[in-house]
Design a binder for this molecule. Sequence first.
Ligand code: SF4
Length: 246
Amino acid sequence: MKTVFQRTPTLKNCKTHYCPGCGHGIAHRLVAEAIDELDIRGKTIGIAPVGCAVLAYDYLDVDMVEVAHGRAPAVATGMKRTNPDKIIFSYQGDGDLAAIGTAEIIHAAHRGEHITVIFINNAVFGMTGGQMAPTTIVGQKTATTPKGRNITTEGHPLKVSELIASLPGAVFVERVSVSNPAQIRKAKKAIKHAFELQLNKTAGLAFVEVLSPCPTYWRMSPVKAMEWIEDEMTKVFPLGRLKDVE
Ligand code: SF4
């Protein structure tokens, strides 16, 4: 029997460029479902990152802008302050948010900007060829750490959610994963809540980190990549709600 992948109004009916088993497709769907269920498509503006999700504007049927690498939270700040009734979100990977864009996200969270940030952590630079990212876990082999990340030479993985949760301007921080159906349901709830807070004008930044597979540069099958999230990634990046001022 042919399985038909049902789209939502916000998830465009088109093929994506993502590799088989990539988590971006699931994360896009969760964002789209949250927007549709909250009925905010007409007033939502998204920001696409530089990275594998650079073409997110082709897949999500809301107003989207593309910005320079890592600068999404700064642009989102301007967009929200000049359009306070719009729902503004950024969708960023770990290269975009946790490497070149570290300053932007920390200061936007510290200022308590009223924006929603969806942070996709796949522990590697995907678009540029699988190099080590700040979120690469210790021992993980990448193009630039062929023997595995070594604390002595490359330092520890950056725990972005813990960092953001420590800032007073962040009102909601949760780390979720898309590694199995139960976790995907939790991820959906967190993403929807992060939009709801902005809709309810709760003052501050809402941040959801999504542990997401990159089978291509983890050099694993899609199934193995999902298992690796549960067996290895969650040891370093524990799932759960780190902060909710409500
Ligand atoms: S390289 Fe990795 S993150 Fe990028 S599209 Fe392929 S699987 Fe997804």
